[in-house]
Design a protein around this ligand. Structure first.
Ligand code: ZN
Ligand code: ZN
Length: 372
């Protein structure tokens, strides 16, 4: 990855900080550090201000940092020097008067340690809590990021197509999940975007079922929620129902409702649309069909370096869609003890509307698979 991209992102952040009146920010969120620097290791903070940027890391990463972000100043601490002391040393040299800290990813304990370590600074240093400034910038993907997400979609879809053709009634949820992970890796993924959900029959009523030893058997259907992570760190996220046998008519009915709701939600996606209005467009279809109370989660979430990131579609979401956002649309209906249906695709907001990045067929008849 060319360095200019990360420098451009840091400039964008500095412009934002200037508007907020914050002279320097300690970025503690791991994905935010990666997005701003290209560094893919962990346990490292970025201190960014006007005229300086320092990556604070430790001796395990000396070589990796030189490779991944050669244009950045680095403060390498050894095992005798705790993080808060390294932060205090760097920030006291910068003499910014005020230091913003990402409050959503800094523990109260670390905050207090940093506060204590800088307490003797001259001039005095005031710590201020800063919210999701970097996360909000990350919500809008640049061309390289969109290309990475497209890659993650292809890897996930090839893996899914391959697993659908080898699935058998003898296989357990866990075996299907492992096979899917293995196949996505074979198609170039670094790994799964998250631990896949494979939920057989009534277990599909649990929106976050963990795969277990239940066999496909003759339960009739299995819900699969999966995605791939590229070597560049970007993720895809899809959900499909596989119909493996006879399924209760009620399930087929809710499949139709969920699909209509999903299509309605996708149709509402365009620049300027409020996040809430997209959620409402889909939710109304489910409510009108009488299943409103069985759809308990938000309609979707941004994807990128993280599997759940800004923005979010929900009944209480604030904000509007902008070109470059990539967000899932995943309505679901879950009937306790009987099963559930969720259908999930990844959608890019374009200048004049949207593009659905995922393309696994989703009509009810498309979800029927022959199993051995
Ligand atoms: Zn998902
Ligand atoms: Zn999702």
């Amino acid at each position: 990855m060319p360095q200019s991209r990360f420098a451009r992102r840091r400039r964008k952040l500095l412009a934002r900080l200037k508007k907020l009146g914050i002279p320097a920010l300690l970025v503690t969120n791991e994905s935010n550090v990666t997005w701003l620097t290209g560094f893919t290791g962990d346990s490292s903070y970025l201190l960014l201000g006007h005229g300086f940027g320092v990556l604070i890391s430790d001796t395990r990463y000396t070589v990796q940092i030189a490779e991944e972000c050669p244009d950045l100043d680095v403060e390498i601490r050894d095992s005798r020097q705790p993080m808060h002391q390294a932060v205090a040393r760097v920030v006291s040299t910068a003499r910014t008067g005020q230091l913003g800290i990402e409050s959503h990813s800094t523990s109260v304990a670390s905050w207090e340690k940093i506060e204590e370590a800088v307490s003797g600074s001259h001039p005095p240093l005031e710590l201020v809590a800063v919210g999701m400034v970097v996360n909000e910038l990350r919500a809008i993907k640049d061309a390289d990021e969109i290309a990475e997400i497209r890659k993650a979609v292809v890897q996930a879809q090839r893996g899914f197509a391959a697993v659908s053709s080898v699935i058998s009634s003898e296989m357990s949820e866990l075996q299907v999940a492992h096979e899917l992970e293995h196949l996505m890796r074979r198609f170039g993924a670094e790994g799964p975007a998250f631990e896949p959900i494979v939920a057989v029959g009534a277990r599909a009523a649990l929106p976050h079922a963990r795969p277990g030893s239940t066999r496909i058997g003759d339960s009739g259907f299995v819900l699969v929620d999966w995605g791939a992570r590229t070597t560049g760190g970007y993720r895809s996220d899809l959900t499909r129902l596989l119909v493996t046998g006879k399924i209760p008519p009620k399930l087929e009915e809710i499949y139709g409702v969920v699909l209509s709701a999903q299509l309605r939600g996708i149709k509402a996606i365009r620049p300027g649309a409020t996040l809430k209005s997209v959620d409402t467009a889909a939710r109304r279809v489910i409510e009108n069909a009488g299943f409103g109370k069985f759809f308990g989660h938000g309609l979707g979430h941004g994807i990128g370096l993280d599997i759940h990131e800004e923005p979010r579609f929900s009944p209480v979401a604030q904000g509007v869609l902008e070109p470059g956002m990539v967000i899932t649309v995943e309505p679901g209906i879950y009937l306790p003890g009987r099963g559930g249906v969720r259908i999930e695709d990844d959608v890019l907001v374009t200048r004049d509307g949207h593009e659905v990045l995922t393309s696994v067929p989703k009509r009810f008849e498309d979800s029927v698979v022959e199993i051995g």
